[in-house]
Ligand binder design. Structure first.
Ligand code: AP5
Length: 211
């Protein structure tokens, strides 16, 4: 199954991708994580992407589309994949049609004011990319990743000014992608304001999974 996760920054896509992956037994392709890894390794892609990401803008389509195509064509994705953060523009969605079909598009609905609060409390593992929230989804030991033991950090783009820009970019450039999949008949809305568990339960129901 090819599943795409749409939603504002901080809507909970990464948190849910990590859970759904276990139920569907397919890999997660997170374009944000791939780009952060490229920046950490100072690759050509990372160097080109960094300024866009730090300022809350989207990285140009031409840098992203080939990256996702390559991942989806690898054997890891023979049984499907969960795409977290792609497509994010209508041009990306149209380009994807040429190399892969989408079975289900999930749109996480979370108001902007909730997003701002979530981003202010987010802590992220730089090694395995697991995300936590200081109040709503805290790690077992403060400041330490439950999964791999690494010290948690704060993403550069979680700065409040950058979050405001990312929300504007989401409304302008990514919300139209929702309407694109609505037109295709495979869009499902997920109310993302409940707990992590309540959100997962909605997704399992949409996917017909008995978890
Ligand atoms: P990316 O890394 O994809 O960031 P994003 O979409 O902005 O999403 P986030 O990772 O910030 O949030 P999330 O929805 O995964 O929320 P999370 O689960 O962490 O992209 C970063 C940048 O890369 C972009 O700005 C762009 O520059 C570039 N980029 C990436 N893809 C691109 C593309 N296709 N094209 C062009 N550019 C691209 O949750 C957030 C917080 O809330 C956490 O603290 C979490 O613990 C907490 N939380 C989660 N669920 C709940 C819940 N139900 N209740 C309470 N708290 C919750």
């Amino acid at each position: 199954m090819k599943l795409i996760l749409l939603g504002a920054p901080g809507a909970g896509k990464g948190t849910q991708a990590a859970l759904i992956k276990n139920a569907l037994k397919v890999p997660v392709i997170s374009t944000g994580n791939l780009l952060r890894e490229a920046i950490a390794q100072q690759t050509e892609l990372g160097m080109q992407a960094q300024a866009y990401m730090d300022n809350g803008h989207l990285v140009p389509d031409e840098l992203i589309i080939g990256l996702v195509k390559e991942k989806l064509e690898s054997h890891d994705c023979d049984n499907g994949a969960i795409l977290d953060g792609f497509p994010r523009t209508v041009a990306q969605a149209e380009a994807m049609e040429a190399f892969s079909q989408v079975d289900v598009a999930l749109s996480f609905e979370v108001p902007d004011e909730v997003i701002v609060k979530r981003m202010a409390g987010r802590r992220t593992c730089p090694k395995c990319h697991t995300t936590f929230h200081v109040e709503d989804n805290p790690p077992k030991v403060e400041g330490i990743c439950d999964k791999c033991g690494e010290t948690l950090g704060i993403r550069h783009d979680d700065d409040p000014e950058v979050v405001t820009r990312r929300l504007e970019v989401y409304h302008e450039q990514t919300e139209p992608v929702k309407h694109y999949y609505e037109g295709k008949g495979n869009l499902h809305s997920v109310i993302g304001t409940g707990s992590v568990e309540e959100t997962s339960a909605q997704i399992y129901k949409i996917l017909g999974l008995n978890v």
